[in-house]
Ligand binder design. Sequence first.
Ligand SMILES: [Zn+2]
Ligand SMILES: [Zn+2]
Length: 357
Amino acid sequence: MSTSTLIRDESTEKPKRHQPAGEKYQAWVAGAAKEPMVLETLDPGPLGAEDVEVAVEYCGLCHSDLSVWNNDWGISQYPAIFGHEVVGRITAVGPYAKGRTVGQRVGVGWNSASCMHCHQCMSGSHHLCPQVQPTIVGHRGGFASHVRSHWAWAFPIPEKLNFADAGPLLCGGITVFAPLAMHAKPTQRVGIIGIGGLGHMAVKFAAAYGCHVTAFTSSESKFDEARGFGANHVVCSKDPAAIKKLGGSLDLLISTVDVPLDWPAMIGTLAPDGRLHFVGAVLEPVPVAAFSLIAQERNVSGSPTGSPVAIETMLDFASRHNIAPQTEHFPMSKINEAFARLASGKARYRIVLEADF
Ligand SMILES: [Zn+2]
Ligand SMILES: [Zn+2]
């Protein structure tokens, strides 16, 4: 087969090869940590040969956007354009982009490129690539008129999903779906710590997967909603007696919070061979007594988002089981208000910004 073929779309549609229109992008830019975002016009430069350009329709606001805006993790680069839960339509494809066509509706999540040739990429774990490119660190994110990504990181959105609310699946959704897919069986008992942006999607996924779900939240006002998302049982994460009652019962406990909890007590809820799995970036070290793991063969682990195939699998699962985040919508022009709302902890449960350029 000729390597110079331009026929990249293997569907019956006519092959397309497009370049960006050359117009300028508009984007909400933070000049420095914690500085309000201002609307700027920028020149995107030439489109990468394997990249696609997406006109943003919706973009979820994730807690990681807030953490990177604040430079909580010390990895931020400014000026910065945040937003990594994008849904939009492809407006241009590079000459070597594969399987993506102009007009196709896609999503872009936490990552927007990987090297495609390292051991991790070649074995399907592109999200663990040493050169993986986060969408909002050293790359222009989705709070903009357009966003770009490598074709392999722009995921076709199943028609059955509600496009307006699909964005948060691309980061928050895959982050909680991946540990369920890796570590849970439908017959098992799963605990979800923290009922927020990530946790409420985790409860929905775990319930749809067939697991018995225990939700942990410090907020009694969320008890009923957690049951509404599919939790069989809700426990106050600050109630030592209630946590103790669960001793030895949970096969998988997924922590979505970024605040310290009584971790030894949480490990105590694990069944033999059970696992405490972190997806929430709690910055304080987690104390783990070796003996609490050894005797019962328990595990402590963590994971970031997920691979491209895991993301496609998650989107298909969400579409089949009608799983969508519960959202509040803001016009993108109210981005600073939206960040303040997220920081207040009052958002129920995920904020989505609608592009209004
Ligand atoms: Zn995120
Ligand atoms: Zn790689």
